[in-house]
Design a protein around this ligand. Structure first.
Ligand code: ADP
Length: 207
């Protein structure tokens, strides 16, 4: 595969070809790999949907794994904060990891606010035609009311700076492959829409 999301610092990089084709991996798994990139405000429902989509698809025999915000920030990206350049680097690394996992044949569901369009576009570039943007759409008032982790409360109290939607921007997707209206529809409806979309996207070509 060609890794196109980020450019290398060193000039002495030569890509080594795999001897296993993507089609072989897909045949073994029974489906293609893909990156299903959930984006939306905090409390819009990304983690809830990602985990339910993972559970439903796993039950059906798909090979799927969720990369979730807080989990990645404890490990791979433990050195990053929430300043704009750190958010960009956070998403860059996740985009590259997701691309590798999808190339390995997995269905990757990512659950990150990923507020900047440019960062999401770079992640799309890293996975090329395997990338799908899923907009988890709930308005800020709904998110503030839900506030399952008490983060909006903290942001309003000035305890969290640069909180998306409060004092940091969220750039909504312009042409997402799928929009999940979590502000209006219930969880089951949104999960089933997403599961149907993923199934159709990773189906093996009939030939
Ligand atoms: P995020 O990961 O985007 O920060 P969470 O999944 O942690 O959001 O929290 C979303 C909250 O909204 C949960 O408490 C969830 O039960 C609730 N919720 C209500 N309706 C929906 C829906 N349609 N989809 C997802 N979550 C919903």
């Amino acid at each position: 595969m060609n890794f196109k999301g980020s450019s290398p610092k060193s000039e002495n990089i030569t890509e080594v070809e795999h001897l296993v084709a993507g089609e072989q991996r897909a045949r073994l798994k029974g489906h293609k790999g893909g990156v299903f990139w959930l984006t939306g405000l905090s409390a819009s429902g990304k983690s809830t949907l990602a985990m339910s989509i993972e559970r439903e698809l796993t039950k059906l025999g798909f090979h799927v794994y969720v990369l979730d915000g807080d989990n990645v920030r404890r490990g791979l990206n433990a050195d990053l904060g929430f300043a704009p350049e750190d958010r960009t680097e956070n998403i860059r690394r996740i985009g590259e990891v997701a691309a590798l996992m999808a190339d390995a044949g997995l269905i990757v569901i990512t659950a990150f606010i990923s507020p900047y369009r440019e960062d999401r576009d770079r992640a799309r570039k890293a996975s090329a035609d395997k990338f799908h943007e899923l907009y988890v759409a709930a308005d800020i008032e709904t998110c503030k009311k839900r506030d399952p982790k008490g983060l909006y409360k903290k942001a309003f109290a000035g305890e969290i700076k640069e909180f998306t939607g409060i004092d940091a921007p969220y750039e909504a997707p312009e042409n997402p492959e799928l929009k999940l209206n979590t502000g209006q529809d219930d969880i089951e409806t949104c999960v089933s829409q997403a599961v149907d979309y993923v199934k159709a996207s990773v189906a093996l070509d009939k030939s």
